[in-house]
Design a protein around this ligand. Sequence first.
Ligand code: NDP
Length: 328
Amino acid sequence: MTKRVVLIGHPVAHSLSGAMQQAAFDDQGVDATYELWDRPPIGLPDAVTELRGDDFLGANVTIPHKERMVPLVDRLTEEAHATGAVNTITKEGKRLVGHNTDVPGFRLALDKLVGKQKMPRTAVVLGAGGGARAVVFGLITEGFQRIIVFNRHLHRAEAMVKHFSRTAAHMELRAMPWHESIIESELAKSKVLVNSTSIGLTDDATPIPAEIIPPELLVLDLIYKRTTFLRDAEAAGCTVSDGELMLLHQGAAAFTLWTGKPAPLELMQRKLQEAREGGLRSAEGEPAGDAAGAGATNGTGTTDGSAASGESTGDSATGEPTGAATPD
Ligand code: NDP
């Protein structure tokens, strides 16, 4: 029987996961299809019931459902429990297990962005959704000492900070109201800036004005395209990277969880890039990808080997140092 894996989100048409996962199944001889399920929050319990059927290997979960999925599965892995967010589901018979592969994906993307520099200790995080939870947990476990979270709805950022209160007991983790002057003053005290809002996913909107971005920050946008936010940060002189590497590695980890096989990373990365170059369309009809946006670059717009890509040759898909010409 052909097995099924589904991506549950709302919207999901912007997703590039299908391109890399289907290619990986085919390459590894896994008889499975990867389907996109656009389900509003009210449709989530029914989707979960359907997943228990024998034909399903598991699922991915994306915006805006990662936190809502937590009480709907039967068991959580340590990372899903720690973050309070599920992005991957596997099966144990009819039981559903919630995982969070965004955490290792984010840590890999962060390591690559930081490159050979010493790991910074201070960060500003924009957003407090499921993706932000993986970011904050990844930063805490990387040894960050000060993390300030801004979110449109402050209560959601406060709930996230409360969720991490025990994990972050040794350091400063705070939620602050979304005021540009406060963000500006916190950015001046920070080394890393992560956009984990979905602002810019389907249009050219940007979470913060270009004028308040100081130079020399390490800036990561979880969105896997070259957003206005990244362009502004790069123009300000920051080292920037989009969400491609995180997407690739969370997907690779999910593939292995579903199939028990190592993920064909290079193939998956190539398929992701082809999908971006093909101008995959989002739900709103906006191009979801931009091939030129891949990889970490510095303020000159060139690939920054010192900070992100490394200088020696290697396999960019593994997150190891790679040649400067390899987009990652
Ligand atoms: P959620 O729906 O859980 O959270 C969305 C976040 O964006 C919230 O903080 C929300 O704020 C904020 N937001 C949305 N619209 C606006 C707006 N108009 N103004 C201000 N804030 C807004 O989504 P996720 O956390 O799952 O995903 C967030 C983004 O990260 C997406 O673009 C997703 O594609 C990307 N992502 C990428 C990954 C990768 O592998 N590269 C992995 C995970 C996520 P509020 O709470 O106030 O509504």
